[in-house]
Design a protein around this ligand. Sequence first.
Ligand code: PGA
Length: 250
Amino acid sequence: MKKRLIVGNWKLHPKSLKEGERLLSGFSAVRGVETIICPPTVFLGELRSRFKGKTLSFGAQDLFWEFSGSYTGGVSSEMLKDRGAKYVLVGHSERRALGEVNDIVNKKLLAALKGGLVPILCVGEPARDLEGGYLEFLQNQLTACLKGVSRKMLVDVVIAYEPVWAIGQSFEKAMRPEEVHETSLFIRKIISDTYRREDGHSISILYGGSVEGENAGAIVSEGNVEGVLVGHQSLKPKEFAKIIEAIAKV
Ligand code: PGA
């Protein structure tokens, strides 16, 4: 069985390092499920040195694609790795909403791999239509963002499928497990068609978008995904613990 993954994307929270420490003290990671916390970059190094453990890993929410130079505000994959990051989100829909196009996401993904981080490539349609246009949208995103990624590099890529319309709601509004299953099959097929058949099976796919304790288990057991990407519930330790427990049981 492939490794189960749970990613907590803290976005622009919390306000202080102390508060971040409080959040991390409020739940326990469990064996068999890798729990990855993506705090704001400024808190990454300290949180990691205080809380690193076998089942708790850290990631960044974004990176810049160059490694050094005159790029005010930039943070490279090497710098993130130096602070203890193992993963990095690339192409989250909230970054795309600020103007990040596939081309930039692709550069960031390649830079993450080059710097030794595992990129978690976020893809997802803004809306669903009856004609299946969302499938074409997904295919284009995947193909463009994975440009230049060889089969060997693909082993270190995780795909997070996050339908934008399902983000930041409650579990009732999340995608149903059977729909997650259909879409993850579609993503696996694109990977199989682009690389080799077995690559579609072996790639790790996460679902994100209103994952809560109520739906996390079913999404992983019925959705044909290896784990979940959690936003708002990752800032509530008790609720996050429920998600971890639900997935550990699957
Ligand atoms: P959500 O966010 O769990 O609050 O829907 C998911 C995300 O944006 O990654």
